[in-house]
Design a protein around this ligand. Structure first.
Ligand code: MLT
Length: 279
């Protein structure tokens, strides 16, 4: 079901988010979106977890949120931890305490920022199709190309460039509606937002070490055919964590939550059943 974005103002900045699931539930699942889609990528998850409220924040610039601005504390810069600050500010604003926080890909990079900036904020974490390692070599060169395409040709050209890598061959062949929806989600964002987010991602730090500081349960989900953030990346994260399990989704690529919502939601539901009430 399509959801209406809510709008609020925090420290003078427009922040948009989806507030879904069970509105009266005390237990909250926060889902941080991937690049370069906004909150609507979580549509198959919004009503999938009975007894849970689901909040999906739009990162700076996405879905009409204000573009990146000064980080709250301390440096006047915009980086992946600045994105994490925006999620923290929204949780504070909504008076949400100790939610389970999940993110897919760029959403995962934001979670590493949350682990650095506010280690006690979550009662558990979900890391989907993401990785702790920064961009180097060819990936950095590709980021420069993405910025150039986003600024000169816009989101349609970004969709052309990214779609072949975002989903598995199985999804492309058997679930073409997923590809159509992904294009719609990408084309809904502006070229400037896409360029800004690319710059933020390409300057993100190495985040492997922060996993060793995590003291709460972690679910790692990965599409078996993900070529952007691979099963090996997922296993590498699991090895650093005290309490983590990897769920692999056969036939899915990078956008596992959209490519196989039943498998994705089943893994998350089982995890929420286990950690619900923690904290
Ligand atoms: C994403 O899905 O958020 C992006 O593919 C992440 C990335 O490009 O590193």
């Amino acid at each position: 079901m399509a959801r209406t974005l809510k709008t609020t103002t925090i420290e003078g900045r427009i922040v948009r988010y989806i507030d879904a699931g069970d509105p009266s539930a005390a237990q909250v699942l926060v889902l941080v979106h991937a690049f370069p889609m906004g909150t609507a990528m979580w549509a198959p998850q919004f009503d999938a977890f009975p007894g849970w409220r689901v909040i999906a924040p739009a990162l700076p610039g996405f879905d009409g949120s204000d573009a990146p601005g000064p980080r709250r504390n301390p440096a006047p810069t915009s980086d992946i931890d600045g994105y994490a600050d925006q999620v923290l500010a929204l949780l504070e604003h909504l008076q949400i305490q100790r939610p389970v926080i999940g993110g897919l890909s760029m959403g995962g990079y934001v979670i590493f920022g949350l682990m650095r900036r506010a280690p006690g904020v979550a009662s558990a974490w979900i890391l989907a199709d993401t990785r702790t390692t920064p961009d180097t070599g060819e990936r950095l060169a590709a980021r420069h190309r993405t910025i150039e395409i986003a600024r000169s040709a816009g989101p349609g050209a970004i969709a052309d460039d990214m779609l072949p890598k975002l989903v598995s061959a199985h999804t492309r062949e058997h679930k073409p509606a997923v590809v159509t929806e992904l294009r719609r989600l990408i084309e809904g964002q502006s070229g400037d937002t896409i360029a800004d987010a690319t710059r933020v991602m390409m300057t993100r730090p190495e985040s492997t070490a922060v996993l060793a500081t995590v003291r709460v349960p972690v679910l790692i989900v990965v599409g078996e055919d993900d070529v952007i953030t691979t099963v090996a990346d997922a296993e590498q994260m699991r090895a650093q964590l005290a309490d983590a399990a990897v769920v692999r989704i056969p036939g899915a690529g990078h956008m596992s939550n959209l490519e196989d919502p039943d498998a994705f939601n089943g893994a998350v539901r089982a995890f929420l059943g286990r950690v619900g009430g923690v904290g």
